[in-house]
Design a protein around this ligand. Structure first.
Ligand code: ZN
Length: 452
């Protein structure tokens, strides 16, 4: 089995809050066999076929994004500056109309563009949710990223939604179609590409899907033995709708329907009462915190309370911006502004959330999320020779890294032991051709839906 040695870097294992100066990581096949000092690696015993000099660079586990809609590439820039009093008006006015008008052949280059952004900025595991997920499988396969696919089980017309609309005509036929698609997705993609690709089930939240539809989705997840994703307590108007319809809050309804478990990831979870947070802790569900996304719309979860009570937190990008370095910083700074407490989330906490937090949420904590012997070789190298990261003091290395390095400083990326980015160039697909095609398709979609 071929052995790769990455040496002379600043190794940040993340499993502990430490940095190994002049550190090394080695892997054989897809598994890490060594994490320690460069001098301590036994070259006689392992005989590396390939040696990478990581001098001046940080060596980290790949980042984990627990919630995205790759197809949202076509929404880039459309909704972020659209006001409307924090009621997500841009999403309903421009976002859904654009993504709902895409042709099947638009998916590949759009999804690949968002996935390229993630991979090139250091995300090695992407958990995606949208309708027609079978169109996304080839993107993960071709790019070489670790991918989680989940069919979005939606039971109402997205184009008729708004924060103030309290009517939801449910469409059971559409739910059945989506459930069938979810089963087909599982059969086609679960465990494929050397196990890099897996699937989950994504019942849309109680604002998009009837209680019956959520229960059917839950049953399918149990049958397949996979985890559940759910948009919950996500947008303005959802709590009001659920209260009107069921006489309880979204989290209360979710608990009653049996979909909140340690295998569940709740997306966004913004509108949380104290008792909602208690439910999250009691059920052991995980929060995908979209820290750089929801502030664009003027809202943010009460993270001080979520952290204080011990909610399991990971980062999700949702769409439009998918560089998790932005999410780490927003995830640190916004709660500080909201509470005045600078100690509430540290750089190390944010880095742990972006790696081990995501691994734990996806049930992959024994495989990814940190640099440890026996784990998968999902590894990124980050340039620390830039003026924005210099000078370096070892004792404050992680703080410097998280506050000052950018996604574009990621130079090399390994997934499952394969090098997929080298010197900032993607090795698996032609990134320039993908972006050219995406641009052409976006222009067609935008002129059709938004006008000139
Ligand atoms: Zn979402």
């Amino acid at each position: 089995m071929s052995c790769t040695l990455i040496e002379h870097g600043y190794v940040v294992p993340v499993s502990t809050n430490t940095v190994i100066e002049d550190g090394a990581v080695a892997f054989e096949g897809s598994r890490i066999i060594y994490v320690g000092s460069s001098a301590g690696f036994d070259r006689q015993r392992h005989k590396p076929d390939r040696v990478i000099d990581a001098r001046g660079r940080a060596v980290l586990p790949g980042l984990v994004n627990t919630h995205t809609h790759l197809v949202g590439a076509y929404m880039k820039g459309l909704t972020e500056d659209v006001g409307g009093g924090g009621d997500a008006v841009g999403l309903y006015k421009f976002g859904f109309p654009v993504v709902c008008s895409l042709r099947p052949e638009d998916f590949y280059s759009g999804c690949m563009t968002h996935a390229l952004e993630m991979l090139m900025t250091g995300t090695t595991t992407i958990s995606n949710t949208w309708m027609h997920e079978n169109r996304v499988g080839p993107v993960f396969r071709d790019l070489g990223v670790r991918g989680v696919l989940s069919e979005w089980i939606v039971g109402t017309d997205l184009l008729k939604l708004s924060a103030r609309n309290m009517e939801r005509p449910w469409n059971p036929t559409e739910v059945e179609r989506r459930l069938e698609a979810a089963q087909e997705l599982y059969e086609t993609w679960h465990g494929k590409a050397d196990g890099r690709i897996t699937t989950r089930i994504s019942p849309a939240g109680p604002g998009y899907l009837s209680a019956e539809g959520i229960e059917k989705s839950r049953d399918l997840a149990i049958k397949q033995g996979v985890g559940i994703n759910i948009h919950i307590a996500e947008v303005p108007g959802e709590t009001e709708f659920v209260m009107k319809r069921y006489g309880k809050r979204p989290m209360e309804l979710g608990r009653e329907l049996g979909i909140l478990t340690p295998q569940t990831i709740g997306f966004h979870c913004v509108y949380l009462s104290d008792s909602d947070i208690d439910i999250m802790v009691e059920t052991g569900m995980n929060l995908s915190h979209t820290a750089f996304h929801t502030p664009k719309r003027g809202y943010f979860p009460p993270m001080d309370k979520a952290y204080a009570k011990g909610v399991s937190v990971s980062f999700g990008s949702d769409w439009c911006s998918n560089d998790l370095w932005k999410f780490m910083r927003a995830g640190i700074e916004i709660p500080r502004v909201m509470t005045g407490d600078v100690g509430i989330v540290t750089a190390y906490d944010a880095l742990r959330t972006a790696t081990l937090g995501g691994a734990r949420a996806l049930g992959m904590e024994n495989e990814i999320g940190s640099l440890e012997v026996g784990k998968k070789a999902d590894i990124i190298l980050v340039d620390m020779t830039t003026p924005w990261c210099r000078p370096i003091r070892l004792q404050n290395f992680i703080t410097n890294l998280v506050f000052n390095a950018n996604g574009s400083d990621v130079t090399d990326v390994f997934v499952d032991g394969h090098q997929v980015v080298a010197g900032r160039e993607v090795k698996t697909v032609d990134q320039h051709a993908v972006m050219r095609e995406c641009q052409e398709r976006a222009e067609r979609v935008w002129s059709k839906v938004l006008g000139g």
